[in-house]
Design a protein around this ligand. Sequence first.
Ligand SMILES: CCCCCCCCCCCCCCCCCCC/C=C/C(=O)SCCNC(=O)CCNC(=O)[C@H](O)C(C)(C)COP(=O)(O)OP(=O)(O)OC[C@H]1O[C@@H](n2cnc3c(N)ncnc32)[C@H](O)[C@@H]1OP(=O)(O)O
Ligand SMILES: Cc1cc2nc3c(=O)[nH]c(=O)nc-3n(C[C@H](O)[C@H](O)[C@H](O)COP(=O)(O)OP(=O)(O)OC[C@H]3O[C@@H](n4cnc5c(N)ncnc54)[C@H](O)[C@@H]3O)c2cc1C
Length: 665
Amino acid sequence: MAEVDHLAAERATARFDVEEMKVAWAGSRHAVHVADRMARLVASDPVFRKDNRTMLSRKELFKDTLRKAAHAWKRIVELRLTEEEADLLRQYVDQPGYVDLHWGMFVPAIKGQGTEEQQHKWLPLAYKFQIIGCYAQTELGHGSNVQGLETTATFDPKTDEFVIHSPTLTSSKWWPGGLGKASTHAVVYARLITEGKDYGIHGFIVQLRSLEDHSPLPGVTLGDIGGKFGSGAYNSMDNGVLRFDHVRIPRDQMLMRLSQVTREGKYVHSNVPKQLLYGTMVYVRQSIVADASKALSRAVCIAVRYSAVRKQFGSQDGGPETQVLNYKTQQSRLFPLLASAYAFRFVGDWLNWLYTDVTQKLEAKDFSTLQEAHACTAGLKAVTTSVTADAIEECRKLCGGHGYLNSSGLPELFAVYVPACTYEGDNVVLLLQVARILMKTVSQLASGKQPVGTMAYMGKVQYLMQCKSAVSSAEDWLNPDAIQEAFEARALRMAVNCAQNISQAASQEEGFYERSPDLLEAAVAHIQLIIVTKFIEKVHQEIPGHGVKEQLQALCNVYALYILHKHLGDFLATGCITPRQGALANEQLGKLYAQVRPNAVALVDAFNYTDHYLGSVLGRYDGDVYPALYEEAWKDPLNETVVPEGYHEYLRPLIKQQQLKLSRL
Ligand SMILES: CCCCCCCCCCCCCCCCCCC/C=C/C(=O)SCCNC(=O)CCNC(=O)[C@H](O)C(C)(C)COP(=O)(O)OP(=O)(O)OC[C@H]1O[C@@H](n2cnc3c(N)ncnc32)[C@H](O)[C@@H]1OP(=O)(O)O
Ligand SMILES: Cc1cc2nc3c(=O)[nH]c(=O)nc-3n(C[C@H](O)[C@H](O)[C@H](O)COP(=O)(O)OP(=O)(O)OC[C@H]3O[C@@H](n4cnc5c(N)ncnc54)[C@H](O)[C@@H]3O)c2cc1C
């Protein structure tokens, strides 16, 4: 704990029990305790130091990542950490690396798509790191369009093998994390060809490198795809390129839970939906939503603490200047992001519940909720990552000039986070998937089919298409029913408008294509409704701790009314609310910001992040920002010598030349 607390006055104004808010944020007392222990374990270990990361070369950074991963594994084994603890440790190490893909995609792909026998064979090897795996799906020529992948897996009945081949340059696998330098194996997605027929994309376990000396196996060409955006950041990851030249693998290395190829080469598809092939992506999209609240809360924690420390203007007579956090503009930019962090946290928890529920149903051969799982994971992944990426950049601006320094932690956080808008499904592509499901649901309304799950509100079509908001004062917007109804009506009317416009096109396909920008907005409205609904439901629950429920209620209202204000055009154009009601919402938002203000620092303290994890001199718990900034500057390699390298070669001759010219005048 800090010796001098420059934020003590801020902490003293909090009107709620911070320790209890930590429980609400983490999900349980147990979760706070475990997270705390793992965060401190990482923070106190010199191997996990990361303050020098942006100054390392790519090679040094990669080696540092290997070292950290090996050390983390050593500690996991020595301390006999549980899976929950090990995953938290991995998160607090906070450096993207091959282990993320090994645990996050390779293992889940085998679990989800491998038969029991295959799981029995491969998972123990993966669990003990006797093999290291990655997820090789994307190719140079195709990423979003999975059905367009070109790599082939042709069955050879003579030898009972598949021949894996990259027929073109564009079929080179391109992007898989961990592939470039670390992985020994990959789950490779390729077109299955048997008996001369192409059966589309399937997964195969392929060994890439020798388990003796790590050299590529015959027929395998692979390497890293090169430096990426920002210093440090995602450059710790060896995203790779991979080409196959007729590489042979045994038939039983095709992942055969969903479909099989017999010894004779017959293709047999089990009686399950083909989309289960995409199951690993659904799993990771769900975990990316949980991750969004972490990245967003980190950025917001830095910006709130620094805004409470930073002072500018306001004094005419030599008195103290104003904390920038007191400026209404700073509050109206920052508090919605604080509220969004909480909103994403709770919707992430709900999505995790949904995913677990769907998985259990799938085990029991009930596929009825597969579409709901796809729509929610795809849509929430798209909205939460886009908002978080923009919000990190906004937090950088909220920290003024110092936010641009690497030591603020924000540039690296942005650079490491922003590809989340692209990987695991480009956000536009994913939102169009949601839109397709919305259009399907609207078209089924006429036949009387009652939508279920997060689409259930569409069943109230008669009412929602004509209802008028009853809000007549700013306070009326604090009523969750008023908010819920406005968001439901907006989402439904936007979807119905799109469906009507599409129905006037020559074909459904052409209409969808022409109206895709509107469809994107309808999908966003639907997903925002889910986030608002889940926040309202959370606040309705019993929440222990002095003032905790009240603070969450205020944040829930901030989130909802901020979205309403930002997308006012949607609400007005669909006639859900009047311009006057829109103005009242904005008025209420201003009052809510004033309510959040004295609690802001305590609300970010509730995230319970160590200074190590935050990695920011501006976000320090003790608020002692200026000495830290000053000290940090001297650590830059450029300051190792007083006179810079290059002075004698370039600066001195230039200065001397100019001096000579002047002396001649
Ligand atoms: C002891 C130690 C322990 C340690 C413990 C650690 C444990 C945990 C660690 C976790 C760590 C996690 C960290 C993860 C790190 C993440 C790093 C990121 C790395 C990035 C990886 C990647 O990017 S992988 C590649 C991702 N690629 C994509 O996402 C491609 C996107 N494209 C698609 O998904 C598809 O092509 C498509 C959906 C856009 C189109 O599909 P298709 O061509 O089939 O056509 P349709 O649109 O017509 O769809 C047909 C039909 O299917 C339905 N559907 C589509 N997708 C799904 C789905 N996923 N699920 C269910 N249904 C789906 C669609 O709605 C259509 O339905 P109809 O009814 O026919 O209309
Ligand atoms: C850091 C990082 C890590 C990754 N890790 C992995 C990994 O481990 N394994 C793996 O297999 N892959 C990985 N990928 C690849 C990733 O999954 C793809 O990049 C992603 O799915 C997007 O596909 P794309 O690159 O083909 O984009 P494209 O589809 O080419 O997108 C280009 C543009 O076209 C637009 N667009 C595309 N299709 C449509 C459409 N139908 N309608 C409207 N607009 C459209 C997009 O919105 C985008 O603006 C990773 C990528 C990154 C950046």
